[in-house]
Design a protein around this ligand. Structure first.
Ligand SMILES: Cc1ncc(COP(=O)(O)O)c(C=O)c1O
Length: 355
C-alpha cells in the first residue's frame, strides 16, 4: 500500500459544493440563486468577454509563461515593477506557492480564526503548524498575532478584508504590527476584496513593498473583476521574494484566456465602478432589511455580509429549500454574498419566512 507523510494524512480535504444544477435536481427546485462564494453578480466586464472570444484561435499555443502584457499593465497601475509581480492560477495558488517556498516541516505560521480556510490547509501541506489567533470584534487582532510569533514562525497571514467577517484592519494597527514583525518573517496581506473597501483608514500594505520588512500582497481577478472561473490572481513583493517563488511556480501556471481577459478587465474601470456601486446599493438594502428584522450582522468592507443567527445549519437548510444558497459559518453565523437587487430581495423574503 502506498503511504503518505503523516502531515498529508492529517489534511481534512476541502469538500466542494455540488453544482447548482445537481442541487436543484435533488431538491426539486428551480431558479435557485447562489450567494455563497463572493462572486461578482454582474458577471465579467464586457471587454473581458470580448477578449475571451478573440482568444480562441490561439489555444493550440502554450500561454505566455511570463504573463508579459498583464504584468506590464499591472505595473502601470500599481507602484510596482514587473519583477515585483507574480501571476497565479487564482491567488489561492500563490498562497500555496508562498508556503511551499518559505516554509518546511515543523515551521509555524500565525493566522486568525475564523479566516480563509486555505491558509491552514497550505501550511499543513508542508508539515507546518498553524497558530490560530481568535478574532477580536470579528477583526484580526494584530497585536496578539504579532505576539504569537516564536523563533519557529515563518509566516503571518492577514486577510484584509477578512473572509468570512468582511472586517478590515486599519493603518494604525497594521503599522504597529509591522514594527513588531522580525525581518525573517513573511507577512502575507491577502487583499482579495481590496477594490471594495471604502474606509479611508484601510491599511496601506504597499508602503512596505521596498522596506526591510518582507510582505507579499495578494489580489485577485475572481472578485470585483468577475473572472473567478478563469482562475487568475497576482502577488506583489520585493523582487527577491518573487524570484524565490518563481522557482516553484509552474512555467505555464496561468492560461492564455485568463491573461487576455484579465488585461481587458483591468482596463475596464467603468465595470469596476459599476460593480462597486451595485455592491454599495445592495449593502445598504440588506443593512436596512436586516435592521428591520432585528437580525444582527457585522458591517462589511467587502461583497459579503456575516450575519449572526441562532442555528446556522437550520437557516442554511431552510434557505436552500427555498432555492437560496448561502454559506453556514460555524454554528451561529452565515455568510451571504451581496447579489443583484432581485437576489437580495429574494434572500430577505426567504429569511423573513424562517425568522
Ligand atoms: C480571503 C480570500 N483570499 C483568497 C481567495 C482566493 O481567491 P482566488 O479565486 O483568487 O483563488 C478568496 C476566495 O474566496 C478569499 O476569500
Amino acid at each position: 500500500m502506498i503511504s503518505t507523510p503523516e502531515y498529508v494524512q492529517a489534511i481534512q480535504p476541502y469538500v466542494p459544493g455540488k453544482p447548482t444544477e445537481e442541487l436543484e435536481r435533488e431538491l426539486g427546485i428551480k431558479n435557485s440563486i447562489k450567494l455563497a462564494s463572493n462572486e461578482n453578480p454582474l458577471g465579467p466586464s464586457p471587454a473581458a468577454l470580448s477578449a475571451i472570444r478573440n482568444s480562441f484561435s490561439d489555444l493550440n499555443r502554450y500561454p505566455d509563461g511570463s504573463g508579459f502584457y498583464l504584468k506590464q499593465a499591472l505595473s502601470g497601475m500599481l507602484d510596482a515593477s514587473e519583477e515585483e509581480l507574480v501571476l497565479g492560477n487564482g491567488s489561492n495558488q500563490l498562497l500555496n506557492i508562498a508556503v511551499s517556498t518559505f516554509m518546511q516541516d515543523g515551521d509555524e505560521a500565525v493566522m486568525a480564526t475564523p479566516s480563509f480556510v486555505v491558509y491552514s490547509m497550505a501550511v499543513q501541506s508542508v508539515g507546518g503548524r498553524s497558530i490560530q489567533v481568535p478574532l477580536k470584534n470579528y477583526t484580526h487582532d494584530l497585536s496578539v498575532m504579532a505576539d504569537a510569533i516564536t523563533p519557529r514562525t515563518k509566516m503571518i497571514f492577514i486577510a484584509n478584508p477578512n473572509n468570512p467577517t468582511g472586517t478590515i484592519n486599519k493603518k494604525d494597527e497594521f503599522d504597529k504590527m509591522m514594527e513588531k514583525i522580525p525581518d525573517n518573517i513573511l507577512v502575507i496581506a491577502d487583499e482579495a476584496y481590496y477594490e471594495y473597501v471604502s474606509d479611508p483608514d484601510y491599511a496601506d500594505s504597499m508602503k512596505y513593498l521596498r522596506s526591510e520588512k518582507n510582505i507579499l500582497i495578494l489580489r485577485t481577478f475572481s472578485k470585483i473583476y468577475g473572472l473567478a472561473g478563469l482562475r487568475l490572481g497576482y502577488g506583489i513583493a520585493k523582487k527577491e521574494i518573487i524570484s524565490e517563488m518563481n522557482k516553484l511556480r509552474e512555467p505555464f501556471n496561468t492560461n492564455s484566456i485568463a491573461q487576455k481577459a484579465g488585461l481587458a478587465a483591468l482596463k475596464d474601470k467603468e465595470h469596476v465602478n459599476r460593480s462597486i456601486n451595485a455592491n454599495n446599493g445592495g449593502k445598504k438594502f440588506l443593512y436596512f432589511q436586516l435592521d428591520s428584522l432585528g437580525i444582527k450582522y457585522v458591517p462589511t468592507e467587502a461583497n459579503f455580509i456575516y450575519i449572526l443567527v441562532e442555528d446556522s445549519t437550520s437557516v442554511y437548510e431552510s434557505l436552500l429549500r427555498m432555492g437560496v444558497i448561502i454559506r453556514p459559518m460555524g454554528p451561529k453565523a452565515i455568510r451571504v454574498t451581496i447579489g443583484l437587487p432581485e437576489e437580495n430581495r429574494r434572500f430577505i423574503d426567504s429569511l423573513r419566512k424562517i425568522h
